[in-house]
Design a protein around this ligand. Structure first.
Ligand code: MG
Ligand code: FE
Length: 169
């Protein structure tokens, strides 16, 4: 058997690793984006939120007498590195990046929805509050990406069809 508390801790460590992956993905996107300033600025903003989220999760873990999982964090970083490398060889990197970002945000939304419920069941009001506030940031980022995908697609297609203009990033 696994206690409610152990599941909660395990999912907090998963979320910490997920934010680690997010930090790596978002920072490589910010570094590479050149011709899409609005997208770059929004990703920069979410990168800063993501640093905070990771720190908040660490605080939750320590308060509960635990710590992040080095192994989970490391494999998340490796995954982010692979995604970054894959993006670089794509001629439509910016579009694929925004699509992956949208998918990733929705994975985060699912994770925090589960964590909020687990914190409720565990009677851990502080973890619940932290996860609820993080969830709002993930929803906002997901909504922004979805709302801006059409104009990003248009901008990419226009640049792509123009001679001598770089479109991919
Ligand atoms: Mg996040
Ligand atoms: Fe996020």
């Amino acid at each position: 058997m696994t206690t409610i508390q152990d599941n909660l801790l395990d999912w907090l460590r998963d979320a910490h690793a997920m934010e680690q992956q997010a930090e790596n993905m978002l920072s490589s996107q910010v570094e590479r984006l050149e011709h899409y300033p609005q997208l770059r600025a929004r990703i920069q903003q979410h990168l800063e939120e993501t640093h905070q989220q990771r720190a908040q999760l660490e605080t939750c873990l320590r308060r509960l007498g635990s710590s992040p999982s080095t192994l989970k964090d490391l494999s998340a970083k490796i995954m982010a590195f692979g995604q970054g490398m894959a993006g670089m060889v794509m001629s439509d990197e910016v579009v694929k990046g925004a699509m992956s970002g949208y998918v990733f945000e929705n994975m985060e939304i699912a994770s925090y929805t589960v964590l909020i419920e687990a914190a409720k069941v565990a009677g851990d009001a502080e973890t619940q509050r932290v996860c609820e506030s993080i969830l709002q940031q993930e929803v906002a980022m997901s909504d922004w990406l979805r709302a801006h995908l059409p104009e990003l697609t248009q901008a990419f297609l226009t640049r792509s069809a123009a001679p001598g203009v770089e479109a991919k990033r």
